[in-house]
Design a protein around this ligand. Structure first.
Ligand SMILES: [Mn+2]
Length: 258
């Protein structure tokens, strides 16, 4: 029986993690090691200058989990370094918002999956494109079901080495999701604005504010797929080398010794 580590960046009590862990337990034995608080948009973190604390917690339905005061990538690192039994697959999520385009560089959900791949274990990040200003409880079940099906297909057909799988699911009922598209990273359009305010002592403080980001709904991309009602599966690589620039730059003369 395979052993799956489930983690997230929203914290161990997040409903998306519970939905994911429940579905993944149909594929194998699940261990949960997740942050004890929200680390969304924390990027790829390795905590080296303070100790990490881990405690056992009970989730809804009596599921037991480990909660860590480090980042999502710290949780994965601890697990792969031997805090739990050897892991065959790491699945991270389900994040309540899509991780598309450049989001993947900020996302704790995605960087947890990246940490898995760095540790030599396949990693899948799962995010739900829930509507902005959604009120009430999000339904994570369709995304959890697709996460399980995708993981099952990849376990059968094999994980290409060094590849991080970034899955985004449209916020639709299960039967309305049209299928899966394998996509490339699309273009996020950030609408960040500098928000300057004053504290009670009259000193300025700042927020990165503005409206929620949008994206270009181009076909063949992550955002194009979810806008068309498909689950998006984007293979990412940690080799960030810009190969076209590499060749062009190697063709230049580099006189830098004086
Ligand atoms: Mn999050």
């Amino acid at each position: 029986m395979i052993h799956i580590l489930v983690t997230n960046d929203d914290g161990v009590t997040a409903p998306g993690l519970l939905a994911l862990a429940r579905e993944m337990s149909k594929l194998g034995r699940v261990s949960i090691l997740a942050p004890d608080r929200n680390w969304s948009a924390s990027g790829h973190v390795k905590t080296l200058h303070r100790p990490l604390r881990v405690k056992e917690v009970q989730l809804a339905g009596g599921l037991s989990a480990l909660a860590c005061d480090g980042a999502p990538s710290d949780c994965v690192a601890l697990a792969l370094l031997g805090m739990v039994e050897p892991v065959d697959l790491v699945v991270s999520g389900i994040n309540p918002n899509a991780n598309i385009g450049h989001d993947v560089t900020y996302s704790g959900t995605v960087t947890a999956a990246m940490e898995a791949v760095i540790g030599g274990v396949p990693g899948i990040a799962v995010s739900l494109d829930s509507p902005e200003n959604h009120l009430g409880t999000l339904d994570y079940r369709p995304a959890a079901v697709f996460a399980r099906r995708i993981a099952a297909r990849l376990l059968e057909s094999g994980f290409p080495p060094g590849v991080v799988f970034n899955v985004n699911v449209p916020y639709l009922p299960l039967e309305e999701i049209r299928g899966l598209q394998v996509t490339r990273m699309g273009t996020r359009l950030y609408r960040d604005q500098l928000v300057r305010r004053q504290d009670p002592q009259g000193r300025p403080y700042y927020w990165i504010g503005g409206q929620a980001p949008t994206a270009v709904a181009e076909s063949g991309t992550d955002f194009g797929a979810i806008k068309a009602g498909y689950v998006s599966l984007t293979p990412l690589q940690l080799d960030l080398t810009a190969y076209e620039a590499l060749e062009e730059l190697q063709g230049r003369t580099w006189e830098v010794t004086k």
